[in-house]
Structures are given as structure tokens and as C-alpha cells.
Design a protein around this ligand. Sequence first.
Ligand code: ADP
Length: 424
Amino acid sequence: MNDRPVLLGAVADDFTGATDLAALMARAGLSVSLRIGVPKGDPVSDADCEVVALKIRTEPVQQAVAEALAALDWLQAIGAGAFFWKYCSTFDSTPTGNIGPVAEAMMAQLNCDQTVYCPSFPENGRTVFQGHMFVGEELLSDSPMRNHPLTPMTDSSLLRLLAPQVTKPVGLVNRRVITGGIKSVQERLQNLKDDGCQHIILDAINDDDLNVLGAAVASLKLVTGGSAIALPLVRALSGATASRRETTEHAAIENTPLILSGSCSAMTRKQVARFAQSHAAFQLNPLDLAKDGNALQQAKHWLGSQPPGSAKMIYATADPDEVKQAQSQLGRDKAGQVVEDALAELAQTALQTGHRRFVVAGGESSGAVTKALAVDQLRIGKEIAPGVPWTFARTGEFDIALALKSGNFGNESFFEQALEVLQR
Ligand code: ADP
């Protein structure tokens, strides 16, 4: 247990989702710590908020529930006062789970008989009205999410999506109730509870709605949702708590930056092209990497020949045609794997040769680099772009800064901005 309470303990179903959540909580001026997997060792924390990042979005239900409960055990052991279950803002799940089963298992462990579901993220175009999810102006089921390879979303009704995933009735607090204010929401939740409704979907179409909801549900033991509701929620939980956030943490971290990009998304391609125009850049080719160790050696040699303090980038980012070509020769998994392995090894080499500030583009790529750097806890710092904060970590004897960006996040000058944010 700590000498001061952890306000909120969160379990996130994937890694970049956890970073996104942590960034939103940090906007409230609170100190936020992100753990990669359930921490081992003594359960201690000196942060206001703790987020445990898991990788359970599409795991079999039993396994997802077991991992989420292990994370919850740890969050209870550090004395967290309230709990959060974070999933995707488009409610990504299959008819068997895992959003509902994990929520129900957490409720049982926390001994609570009602929770709310608030995936809405208006800033990113995800809204919920009369229990129906919209992506921009389209219903979820008309959006590209209907073709998602792992979790195709072919229904937009969150009530219908959630009902088969849980054993107790599902209800709704609609927008009309929310416009009535905090008391109106709380009364509706109480009425639903009296009717035996344990799982309550929350409408929300803008940040004002979220502000009302955050305050209205702050007394619940467990809140579930996307990352957006977490900001008003932690604001309500922290009340007058003075900011404990350390904003000058990066000052001690040497300014030796390296950008590693393994994302091939449209936005990352623009970011890479722009950065390469005015900075040293080295391109990795998966076909060369798969041949022998020479390509990787060349990359290491190139890295070693750059002044440590200069901004530089190593990237495998390529156009769809090049990616297709690599995949058709190596197979999709192998092409991805050789790139991820190379980025991981280059990150280790960079660390050994004095690099301390890393920007990584790509969700999977971020996972590979973080693992290679043997990082298990990130403290959340300044936000570079919505949902992408600088984070600070200790690896061995070194303090490092890491910015982990999933594919389409940030605008064209993201890499420049990222490096610039730490100069201030
Ligand atoms: P995003 O967040 O954009 O999805 P990820 O890092 O999660 O980015 O995924 C990108 C995947 O593409 C990784 O597995 C990476 O290794 C792979 N990859 C990167 N460059 C290439 C390339 N040139 N050819 C084939 N695959 C690549």
C-alpha cells in the first residue's frame, strides 16, 4: 500500500489503447504510470493513476478474463480507489466477448452490482446516440469497421452487441437524460439498478456530455469505456488534488534522439517522407533483411556513423506496392517479423551507443522496441499529438524517453514535433 491513494486503476485490452488512455488521464494534470503486463514484485505505486496494458482484445474469453483479473488483483493491492476497464472506442469485440465477460468478472471481484459502458470519443469522431455507435457521420455497421479482419462490427446497437456478452440485463442512459445534468443521470442509473439492470450503455455525442457523465459516475467502483470518458472521470475523482505531475522529467534525459518507423500506414508514410527531406534517414528493406545479416550490419554501421546528438531516422515504412512485393516473396508474417526483429535489435544497439530519446511509429513496432529495451513501466509526460504522449522509463542503468505512435496518429510533422516538445 502507498502513503497516498491511487485514484484510479485501469486495465486496458491493448498496448496503444493503454497509452492513449494514459495520455488522456495525464491531461488532467495527474501523474500516470503505465505498466506493460501485470507487474511482478511488490505492489507499490507513487502515481495518481495506474494503467496495466494487456493484449487481450481478441484472446479466448477465459484467458482474457483471467489476465484482466490478475491485473485487477494488482490494482487492488496497490490500494486503487476506483477502477476502469478500457477497450476500443469502436467497441471492438466478437459476440462472445471480451468486453462484457471481463466487465462482469471485474464487477464480481469488486463486489459491485452496476457498471457503465462509455466508448464515445467525440474528438475522434466516435459518438453514441440512443445506444447506437457512430463513426463520423456513419453508423458503426456502415463504417470500414464492418470489414475488420478480427472483430467485424456489423451491428451499431451497443445494447444488442453487449447483451449476448453478459448474464444480466443491459440498459441505456440516453442523451435526453444526460442533458438533464449529473443528478438526472444518477437518478436514471438508480432506477435502472432497482430494475436489476447491471450493464448500462451511456450515450455521449460531445465533450459536454462526457463532462456530465464523468462527474455522474465517479462514485461507481468500476467504469468501463474508451479513453475519452477517463479525463472527466479522473478530474471528478481528483477534485481539488494539486497537480503532482513532473513536467521537467525529460531535462535529465540526454538529447540523443532516434526515430524508428515500422508503420506503413498512410499518415506514417507522409511523416517519414517529410522527416527524411531534412534529416539523416536510413531505409530498411525486408527482402534484404531476410537474406543474411548484412543489411542489419549496414544499418548499425550507418547508425554508428551519425553524430549521437543529431536527429536521425531508421525506417522500413514503404508504399503498399513495396509492402505487397515483400509479402509476396516472404509471406506476410515473415516480412513483418524481419522488420520488427531488425527494429528491436537496432533499438538495443542505439541504447548501447548512447541514444536516450526514441520515437517509434507503429503499434506492433512499438511493442517490439519496448520489449527489446526491456521496459516494463512508462511514466506519462507531455502529449505530442492527441493520444500520443512522451513517456519516461528506466532500463537497466539508463533513463530514457519513448514516444510510441500507432499508425495513423499525429499529423505530417509529427516526428519534428515530437523532438521539439522535449526541447522546451
Ligand atoms: P501500424 O500501427 O501502422 O499498424 P505496426 O507496426 O502495428 O504499424 O504494423 C506494421 C507491420 O508492417 C509491422 O509488422 C512491420 O514489421 C511491417 N512492415 C514494416 N515495413 C514493412 C515493409 N516494407 N514490408 C512489409 N512489412 C513491413
